[in-house]
Design a protein around this ligand. Sequence first.
Ligand SMILES: [Zn+2]
Ligand SMILES: [Zn+2]
Length: 334
Amino acid sequence: MLSVQLNEPKQFSQMQQPMPKRQQGEVLVKVLACGVCGSDLHAMAGKQPFFNFPRRLGHELCVEVLSADEQSSFNPDERCVVEPYFFCRQCTACRAGKTNCCTRLQVLGIHFDGGHCQFMTLPEQYLHKAAQLSVEQAALVEPLAIGLHAVNRGNIQAGEKVIVIGLGTIGLAAALFAKAAGANLLLVDVSEKRVAFAEQQMRLGQAIVAKDQLAKQVAEIFPQGADKVIDATGNAQSMNAAFELLGFSATLVYVGLHSGDVRLDIGKFIQKDITLAASRAALSSEFKQVIQAITDGQIDPLAMITKKLDFYQIDQSLPKLLEDPELIKALIEY
Ligand SMILES: [Zn+2]
Ligand SMILES: [Zn+2]
């Protein structure tokens, strides 16, 4: 089978590998599509922390079952979504059901080889059936689950004033679920293109381009501040400024990778009775929730896919994505 490996920044190679052999408890699958994640772009650029070369990328996967154990609930030809967060089941976090915080968490395509290949074997527990979803929809489930987790962390309710800052894939995913929850939504980004995309292509409602004084812009729309703010920028300046947008008893959720410091005015923080939450990855139950929400028509994420790549040419086409900083979501078709 064909397998594509990232050898060093921007350098991929195609190689022929033997078909993987399925062990008991595993499912042999054929890869149908794979989304390109921001973390893949960071890896390609050589800027991904905790990343070792060479590595086969790919963790936003739609697959089809080829074979499984006899007593397995999976059958040949079934379409599935892969949950790429492999957790240990034994640490305190896992035993508490917070598998996204597993102390030994291993992410497919980051810590070990991922789905940039034609066939894979995967433990059954990381497959979620997605019979009603199109291949494209199924490949979007993983980033959507990250957005849903942020919305769940914020406990977003109907009628609440909700601001989502940062309109990349995760911000858009969070906005889709906040909208589905009935939030009174305001979207913010520094990019005019992304703001227009969220409003026109994604039809997510009111979106504004952040200027120097975002708090003033927001006060014109939400004079009392927001009930919930989700910051999906991973940008320290934005993460600091987000505190200014909160009303009394509001919740601020940070989603996305960032290392470094965030400063907060502790006086205002206490005065307003603020809740601060972080949102990391997603839970197995949230993968199922996303699949159900798409199946039921509660969310329609398809417009997110703005570019398609042919798997047989990704060694050439993937590095070129780095030249397009406004890219929303590229999908690799096999
Ligand atoms: Zn990802
Ligand atoms: Zn664990």
